[in-house]
Design a protein around this ligand. Structure first.
Ligand SMILES: Cc1cc2nc3c(=O)[nH]c(=O)nc-3n(C[C@H](O)[C@H](O)[C@H](O)COP(=O)(O)OP(=O)(O)OC[C@H]3O[C@@H](n4cnc5c(N)ncnc54)[C@H](O)[C@@H]3O)c2cc1C
Length: 419
């Protein structure tokens, strides 16, 4: 690989993985074109990277492939008012995902996922700081920590999370109810205790940050084409072809960073990758962001609130139902009710949004070359943590594209695990 220089790269997707990867590649002197069906600078851009809760969460090592919650899942699914919901018409399409989920829902896999999420999460803040040096983040980022609160109902699960984080060396500070109220005096004391990650930060406008990174990419010579990409193939050792409706584009390499929509391309490439989506929602309570100073997540409810430029963003729930089903009014109402349980003074909400977390059933992303087409590189499946992992993903994937060596063990993120 010595003296190797990649000649050109196409990236499908201008979410946070796509723009961070594009920026890193341009900085290496490699010509890059990003494709997206929506211009990231426009108001039509409503991807997951636009509407998320804005947490930079380097501590969130433990995912949902954990045996302690498995037994609660059926109960949650049959309740119309809980953190987890299902679109029943989509169940048959999720069999493969459920199969791999059950296979990975055991202590060994849970710890494997935690270890390899930790490997990249631990580098995530530094990777953003590197990018933040080059963009104007005034009013966009706040460093006040992130609080999780809970009731004593599922203490065993809380203890498990605390222990696994401790074992991995993740910094955390446990809080009593009184200490939480001292930090956030407007909260109703409907919880028993919690934890603060005081080094964590949050975005006051995720889309605003994405736009700044995208503008820097363009300023440095990156190209953008607004187009709905239909097919992708590698036709020789040195060429990949991206096809839109009436046009085709050729690059030495292509990065698939299409979030929850990446499966369309991996299916075309003949790889059986069980990518699906965990649907999530947000609403804004305009001009009410001053009620809390930092993000507060209510673990029992699977929901959180982040003070943002757009207002207080109430975000959350997991709904399994694919990308084509319409939004559920009940899920929106659930979020509003949860927000008002913590802050009864909240008034009218606006801006109902549905977004798609790209999730693999073992809750690790897919990062690295396609198994059958080495010039096609995958960068998707970051589930609940794709906002946090955008900058480090850009760094890792640009290194893979450029053929650089790394000290990281990237093998757990390979799509090989499903083939
Ligand atoms: C409710 C909710 C809350 C969240 N909160 C947080 C949080 O607080 N912290 C955190 O770390 N993560 C959070 N996440 C997760 C995070 O938002 C995602 O993991 C992350 O944004 C995924 O980024 P991405 O670039 O992979 O995908 P996306 O942001 O979805 O971008 C993919 C892009 O690809 C484009 N695309 C797809 N197919 C095509 C095609 N065929 N042609 C052209 N363009 C195409 C889409 O238009 C889109 O712009 C949250 C997600 C949700 C839904």
């Amino acid at each position: 690989m010595e003296n190797y220089k990649c000649k050109s790269v196409g990236i499908i997707g201008s979410g946070i993985q796509g723009v961070c990867t594009g920026l890193h590649l341009i900085k290496k002197g490699i010509p890059v074109t990003i494709f997206d069906r929506h211009d990231p600078l426009s108001n039509e851009f409503k991807a997951a990277s636009y509407g998320n809760a804005g947490h930079f969460s380097p501590y969130a090592v433990l995912q949902f492939n954990r045996p302690d919650i498995l037994y609660d899942v059926p109960k949650m699914l049959f309740s119309s008012f809980g953190p987890l919901a299902l679109k029943w018409n989509y169940v048959p399409k999720m069999f493969n995902w459920f199969f791999y989920y059950l296979k990975n829902c055991n202590r060994k896999s849970m710890l494997h996922t935690a270890k390899y999420m930790h490997q990249i999460l631990d580098l995530s803040l530094d990777a953003y700081e590197e990018i933040f040096k080059e963009i104007d983040t005034t009013g966009l980022v706040e460093k006040k920590g992130i609080i999780y609160v809970w009731t004593n109902k599922n203490l065993k699960s809380r203890e498990l999370e605390i222990k696994i984080r401790n074992d991995l060396g993740v910094k955390q500070k446990l809080l009593s109810q009184k200490e939480i109220i001292e930090l956030e005096p407007n909260l109703q004391p409907v919880f028993d205790a919690g934890v603060i990650f005081d080094y964590a930060m949050h975005a006051r406008d995720p889309h605003g940050i994405l736009k700044e990174i995208f503008r820097l990419f363009i300023e440095r010579g990156g190209k953008f084409i607004q187009s709905n990409i239909q097919t992708l193939e590698q036709n020789s050792l040195e060429q990949t072809i991206i096809r839109a409706d009436n046009q085709e584009y050729k690059f030495e390499k292509t990065v698939v960073a299409s979030g929850a929509f990446s499966k369309k391309f991996t299916d075309q490439l003949g790889e059986n990758i069980p990518l699906d989506t965990e649907r999530g929602y947000h609403v804004h309570f305009k001009n009410q962001d001053n009620l809390i100073s930092r993000p507060v997540i209510f673990l029992d409810r699977g929901f959180g609130m982040t003070p943002m430029k757009q207002g207080l963003r109430a975000v959350g729930t997991v709904e399994l139902g694919g990308t084509d089903n319409p939004p559920s009014k009940k899920r929106i109402q659930y979020i509003i009710d949860c927000a008002k349980e913590l802050l009864p003074q909240l008034k009218k909400h606006e801006d109902e949004w549905l977004g798609f977390r790209p999730t693999l059933p073992d809750f690790l992303p897919v990062l690295g070359p396609s198994l059958k087409n080495k010039n096609i590189i995958y960068a998707f499946g970051h589930q609940h943590l794709g906002w946090t992992l955008g900058a480090i993903t850009g760094k890792i994937i640009s290194g893979v594209v450029a053929g650089e060596k790394t000290n990281l063990d990237l093998s757990p993120y390979s799509s090989k695990r499903f083939n």
